[in-house]
Design a protein around this ligand. Structure first.
Ligand code: NAP
Length: 504
C-alpha cells in the first residue's frame, strides 16, 4: 500500500495516550508482531532517547521537518524528551537531504539530488541501527511515556551481549561449600545471570540530583552486580561513596572499576576490607553460597564488621545468615528492596529493613543514594522479608491478571492497544500496569524483573501462607502461570513474559 512515509524519515510519532515523540521510520524487526485486527497503515518507528521501537498507525505520524516545533513541549516535559529532541536534531543536521512538505506533511516529493544522496546514505550508513550511534543518548535514563516502550535497559543490551560469552553452559559451577572457591568462580563467567551490564557511558551520566546525600566515610562493599546491584552500585559511586565490588562473573566489575570502584577477589576479601558490605544476589541458594562458601562472607567477618542482605529470600535462610554473622561478632541487617531495574538506576528504590538499628542508621547515606524511602521495621529478622514477599505477591498477581486480560482481549477481537490505553487512563493506571501492558504489546521482554525471581517470590509467599494457614487462592493460581512461563523458557525474561503462558 502506498504511504506518505519512507524508511529513514524523521518523524514525530504519537503513541496512544502520550505526547508525540521524536522518532524515525525503520525497517520492521521480525520479532515485533504487526498490530493484529487493524486495517490502518502502520509504520515501524524507532524512538530517539530510548532506542526502542513500536508499530504506530500512520495517522499518528508527522514528518519532523514539517512540524519541527509543533509538538515541542514547554510544560510538564517528560523525562527523556529533551534528549530525544537533541538526538533527532543531531540526526537532522547530519542529513543534507530532508524531505519537504507538500500536502500537510503526510505526502512528500523529493528532488533527484535528494534521492541520490538518500540512496548513497542508505547503502553506506547504519541508519537502521541507531543503537550504534549517539552514546550521549544511550547514557540517559528515561522516565517518560516513552519509558513505557523506551526503557534504558533496552539500549544496554547489545554491548553486554558482546562482552558475555555465549552460549551459557548447561550446568553451573559447583557453588556449594566446601567444594567451591570464589576465586575460581570469579574467573569463569560461563554461568552469569542474564542481566545486562550497565554501559560505561551510563556510569558517567549526570547523576539524578540528590544534593542531600553526604556519603559516609565508611568503606562500602557490594556483592552481586545483577540487574539490581548494578543500579545500586552506580548510585553509590555517583554520590561519592567508596565502594569495593565483587560479582561471581568478574567481568561485570570492569565498568565499575573504571568508574572508581575497587574490585575484591572474593566475598571474604570484600568483607575484610570494608566496614559495611551489601549483598544482592539471585536467591537463597546464591546467598548461602556467598555467605558459607569458601572465601565466602563468613570468612571475612570479624568483630564489628557489618553485613546487609538485600536479596529476596526465605525468612529461614535470612535468619541462618544473621545468626552466623552475629556469632562471629558481626552486625546484621536484612534489607530487601522494592522497585526494579529503572528505580534501581534512578536511585528510587524502597528499602525495607529489619535487624540492628545502629547499622540501619549507619546505612543512611547509602540508602539515600539508592532509594527514595527506607523503612525500619524493627529488630526482628524476617520482618522485612515478610513485607517484601507481601508486596511481590501483589505484583505477581497483578501482572498475571494483566497477562490473562491481554490474552483474552485478543481472542474476543479487541485491539490490545485499546485495552492498554483504557487501562492507562482509568483507575488502574499505575507504572506496573502501563509498563507491562506496553511490554506485552511490543513483545519486548528484556528483563527489568526476571520472571524466575517473581515465581520464586510467589513460591516463598505461598510457603509463608502455608505456615500461618492463610489461604492464597489467587497467588497460587498466578504461581502456576509463572511456572508455565518458566517451562516455556521465559525464566530469564521480564515478568511481563507471563503473557506468553497466558496466551499459549
Ligand atoms: P539478576 O539480575 O538475576 O542477578 C543475579 C545476581 O546473583 C548476579 O550478580 C549473579 O551473578 C548472582 N548470583 C547468582 N547465583 C549466584 C551464586 N550461586 N553465587 C554468587 N552469586 C550468584 O537478579 P536481580 O534482578 O539483580 O535480583 C537480585 C535480587 O534482588 C533477587 O533476590 C531478586 O528477587 C531481588 N529483587 C529484584 C528486583 C528486580 O526487579 N530485578 C527487584 C527487587 C528485588 P552472575 O552475574 O555471575 O550471574
Amino acid at each position: 500500500m502506498a504511504t506518505g512515509f519512507e524508511i529513514h524519515d524523521l518523524v514525530w510519532a504519537k503513541m496512544k495516550g502520550f505526547p508525540a515523540w521524536p522518532g524515525k521510520i525503520i525497517e520492521p524487526k521480525p520479532e515485533v508482531k504487526r498490530p493484529a485486527n487493524n486495517k490502518k497503515v502502520h509504520h515501524f518507528i524507532f524512538f530517539f532517547g530510548s532506542e526502542n521501537y513500536a508499530w504506530i498507525p500512520e495517522e499518528n505520524i508527522y514528518l519532523y521537518s514539517d512540524h519541527r516545533d509543533k509538538f515541542k513541549l514547554e510544560k510538564r516535559v517528560p523525562k527523556g524528551f529533551k534528549e530525544a529532541l537533541e538526538a533527532i536534531e543531531d540526526e537532522l543536521k547530519e542529513k543534507p537531504f530532508i524531505k519537504k512538505k507538500t500536502d500537510g506533511g503526510q505526502n512528500t516529493n523529493k528532488s533527484t539530488e535528494t534521492q541520490t544522496q538518500a540512496k548513497r546514505k542508505r547503502v553506506s550508513s547504519s541508519d537502521d541501527n541507531p543503537k550504534q550511534k549517539k552514546p550521549k543518548v544511550i547514557a540517559k535514563v528515561t522516565g517518560s511515556p516513552s519509558k513505557i516502550t523506551l526503557s534504558p535497559e533496552h539500549k544496554l543490551k547489545p554491548k553486554i551481549r558482546a562482552e558475555l560469552p555465549s552460549p551459557r553452559p548447561e550446568h553451573n559451577l559447583p557453588m556449594s561449600p566446601p567444594s567451591h572457591s570464589y576465586i575460581q568462580a570469579s574467573l569463569s563467567p560461563g554461568n552469569a545471570s542474564a542481566s545486562t551490564q550497565i554501559e560505561e557511558t551510563l556510569l558517567k551520566v549526570k547523576p539524578v540530583a540528590k544534593p542531600s546525600v553526604i556519603p559516609t566515610p565508611m568503606r562500602i562493599g557490594f556483592l552481586g552486580l545483577g540487574i539490581m546491584g548494578q543500579g545500586m552500585v552506580m548510585n553509590l559511586l555517583r554520590s561519592g561513596h567508596e565502594v569495593t565490588v565483587w560479582n561471581r562473573t568478574a567481568l561485570k566489575c570492569r565498568d565499575f572499576v573504571k568508574s572508581g570502584a575497587f574490585k575484591g577477589n572474593n566475598p571474604a576479601e570484600v568483607v575484610q576490607s570494608c566496614d559495611i558490605t551489601f549483598s544482592c544476589v539471585a536467591d537463597s541458594t546464591a546467598v548461602k553460597d556467598l555467605v558459607f562458601g569458601n572465601y565466602g562472607v563468613l570468612q571475612g567477618i570479624s568483630k564489628g564488621k557489618c553485613y546487609v542482605e538485600m536479596s529476596t529470600i526465605d525468612e529461614e535462610t535470612m535468619q541462618d545468615v544473621a545468626e552466623a554473622i552475629t556469632a562471629r561478632g558481626g552486625v546484621f541487617l536484612e534489607s530487601p528492596v522494592v522497585g526494579s531495574r529503572v528505580p534501581a538506576l534512578e536511585g528510587q528504590l524502597i528499602i525495607l529493613a529489619a535487624g540492628e538499628r545502629k547499622l540501619y542508621d549507619e546505612c543512611y547515606s547509602c540508602f539515600e543514594a539508592i532509594g527514595k524511602k527506607s523503612l525500619y521495621l524493627g529488630a526482628d529478622i524476617g520482618a522485612a522479608t515478610r513485607m517484601k514477599l507481601i508486596v511481590n505477591m501483589v505484583m505477581g498477581t497483578v501482572v498475571a491478571g494483566l497477562a490473562e486480560a491481554m490474552a483474552m482481549a485478543e481472542k474476543v477481537g479487541l485491539d490490545q492497544e485499546d485495552v492498554a490505553e483504557v487501562l492507562s487512563v482509568g483507575a488502574l493506571s499505575c507504572p506496573t500496569v502501563i509498563h507491562k501492558s506496553q511490554a506485552i504489546l511490543s513483545q519486548r521482554y528484556d528483563p527489568h524483573f526476571p520472571l524466575q525471581h517473581q515465581q520464586k517470590d510467589l513460591r516463598l509467599s505461598l510457603l509463608l501462607g502455608d505456615k500461618v494457614e492463610q489461604p492464597l487462592y489467587v497467588a497460587s493460581a498466578a504461581n502456576e502461570l509463572y511456572k508455565k512461563a518458566r517451562r516455556l523458557g521465559y525464566g530469564e525474561s521480564d515478568i511481563s513474559a507471563v503473557y506468553r503462558a497466558a496466551s499459549n
